[in-house]
Ligand binder design. Structure first.
Ligand SMILES: Nc1ncnc2c1ncn2[C@@H]1O[C@H](COP(=O)(O)OP(=O)(O)OP(=O)(O)O)[C@@H](O)[C@H]1O
Ligand SMILES: [Mg+2]
Length: 262
C-alpha cells in the first residue's frame, strides 16, 4: 500500500549534498488492524535523517510519531513504501538478521524508562551488550563506563527505584548507548522530567551525538527542548507536513544541519 502519498504537500526530504543519509523513508505506510477498525497511522511518510544530526519529530497526539520511530528502529514492520537504515532494509532481512542488526546499530529510549527494577543500574545498562553476545565482565565494564559518562559513576550498584526520574532517564540513555549504536530513537525522553533535568538530558544526548557521529531522532511535545534540534519535522495525520531548521541550528559545531526545509 504505497498510494497514500496523494495529497501530501511537497516537503524537503532530501539530504543536502555531501551529507551521508542514515535513514531514508519514502512513502512509508502503516495501518493497524483491518476493516472498519483499521487505523492508518502512517499514510506515506517521506523523510531523511542525516548522519550525525538531531532530528526532532513533533505533532499532535495520535499523528503517528511513535509508529514512525518504531518502523525506523526496526521494532515494527511497515506495510508499504521504502525505508533504509544505514543502507539496509529491514524488510529484506530475516528475523534473526534483523535482531542482530538492531542489536548492533540501533538504540531506543522509551518514554517510560523501562528499567528492570530488580537489577542494579549497571546490570540494566549491560543488557544490550549481553544480548549482543559480550561476556558479562566486558558488558559490566562498558556499562559502568557509560554510566560514568552520563554522570552516574557513583551509583552503579543502586537499583532504579533509588534514583530520581532524571537519573533513571540517564540510565535509560546509557543503556541505549552502551553498544555504541549509530542510530538512536527517543520517544519523549524529557516528558517525565522537570525543565532543568530535561535540558540536562538533551545536552547529554547532543554531546554524545556529536562525539560519536550518532544520528538521533527525538519525538517530543516539549517546545523547551526545540533549541537542541538541527531540524524539526512536523507530523500530522500520518504525514510529514513540514521540516524546518531547529532553533539550535549548530552547523559550525556539528556540521549536520544543512538542507533544512523552508
Ligand atoms: N498497537 C496499535 N493498535 C492499533 N492502533 C494503534 C496501535 N498503536 C497506535 N495506534 C493508532 O495509530 C495512530 C498513531 O499512533 P502513534 O502511537 O504512532 O501516535 P503518536 O503520534 O505517537 O501519539 P502520542 O503523541 O499520543 O504518543 C493512533 O491513532 C493510534 O491510536
Ligand atoms: Mg507516541
Amino acid at each position: 500500500m504505497t498510494s497514500a502519498s496523494t495529497n501530501v504537500p511537497a516537503v524537503p526530504t532530501a539530504a543536502s549534498p555531501g551529507r551521508e543519509i542514515a535513514v531514508r523513508c519514502r512513502a512509508v505506510t502503516k495501518t493497524y488492524g483491518t476493516g472498519n477498525s483499521a487505523v492508518k497511522a502512517l499514510r506515506g511518510v517521506d523523510i531523511d535523517v542525516h548522519s550525525g544530526e538531531l532530528l526532532m519529530l513533533v505533532g499532535p497526539s495520535g499523528c503517528g510519531k511513535t509508529t514512525l520511530i518504531s518502523v525506523i528502529a526496526g521494532v515494527l514492520d511497515r506495510d508499504g513504501g521504502e525505508c533504509t537504515v544505514l543502507g539496509e532494509d529491514y524488510a529484506r532481512m530475516r528475523s534473526d538478521a534483523k535482531t542482530t542488526f538492531r542489536g548492533r546499530n540501533v538504540g531506543f529510549v522509551f518514554q517510560a524508562f523501562n528499567l528492570i527494577p530488580t537489577l542494579t543500574i549497571a546490570e540494566n545498562v549491560s543488557v544490550p551488550m549481553l544480548i549482543n553476545g559480550s561476556p558479562r565482565t566486558a558488558a559490566m565494564k562498558a556499562a559502568k563506563d557509560m554510566l560514568a559518562q552520563v554522570g552516574l559513576g557513583e551509583r552503579v550498584n543502586d537499583i532504579p527505584s533509588r534514583l530520581s526520574g532524571g537519573q533513571q532517564q540517564r540510565v535509560a540513555i546509557a543503556r541505549a548507548l552502551v553498544h555504541q549504536p549509530r542510530l538512536l530513537v527517543c520517544d519523549e525522553p524529557t516528558s517525565a522530567l522537570d525543565h532543568v533535568t530535561g535540558q540536562k538530558v538533551m545536552e547529554l544526548l547532543r554531546q554524545v551525538a556529536s562525539a560519536h557521529e550518532l544520528s538521533l531522532v527525538v519525538v517530543t511535545h516539549d517546545q523547551r527542548i526545540f533549541e537542541f534540534a538541527d531540524r524539526i519535522a512536523e507530523m500530522d495525520d500520518g504525514h510529514i507536513m513540514r521540516i524546518t531548521a531547529g532553533s539550535g541550528h549548530k552547523v559550525a559545531a556539528h556540521g549536520a544541519a544543512t538542507g533544512a526545509g523552508r
